[in-house]
Design a protein around this ligand. Structure first.
Ligand code: KMT
Ligand code: NI
Length: 180
């Protein structure tokens, strides 16, 4: 089961720590859906043949896929990339990641602009909607291997906050009214 929780206010601390509040305030999948975040648990060892990812791909129009491995040896410009993943940003399209191995945290802003930390591990398929402010960090295991999916030709460009005047942001904020 994927876990998600509200983050504490420690902005200076190590980004790779959990940053849970005391006591923890967990967030469930329904609450994530209300901010447009989608989640599926798949079998990361059999997804190529069991048809589950294929079905989601067809339903959601994901035509592109590639791999990303985040560790110093495999990721070109590792330090710079890790830093930019953790800058608060949005994209003009969905960010879709299927975790094949390792782990990490996707942080997303809720409707009240509070950070929710989503812990992802092997078998988690996470979809962040276009226009949501978010960021990513590795955890203390320092390793994640994921499939990146996309509708059409991939555009990975991050638009760092503030990007409130961008149309995908405007559309996303409007969509919150119907989701919530
Ligand atoms: C991103 O865009 O933040 C990433 O691709 C992070 C690594 S994939 C889990
Ligand atoms: Ni992103």
């Amino acid at each position: 089961m994927v876990r998600a929780w509200y983050m504490d206010d420690d902005k200076e601390g190590d980004q790779r720590l959990t940053h849970m509040t005391d006591p923890p305030q967990f967030v469930n999948l329904k609450d994530l859906e209300k901010i447009g975040v989608l989640y599926w648990k798949l079998d990361a060892d059999n997804y190529k043949t069991d048809g589950t990812l294929q079905k989601i791909r067809e339903e959601r129009g994901y035509t592109y896929e590639d791999n990303i491995t985040c560790c110093p040896e495999k990721l070109p410009n590792y330090e710079q990339k890790i830093k930019s993943f953790y800058e608060e940003h949005l994209h003009t399209d969905e960010e879709i990641r299927f975790i094949l191995d390792g782990s990490g945290y996707f942080d997303v802003r809720d409707a009240n602009d509070r950070w929710i930390r989503i812990e992802v591990t092997k078998g988690d398929l996470l979809v962040l909607p276009a226009g949501i402010y978010h960021r990513f960090t590795l955890d203390n295991n320092d390793y994640i291997h994921a499939l990146r999916l996309f509708v059409g030709e991939p555009v990975w460009t991050p638009y760092n906050r503030p990007a409130d005047d961008m149309q995908p942001r405007i559309d996303y904020v409007r969509s919150l009214q119907t989701l919530t």
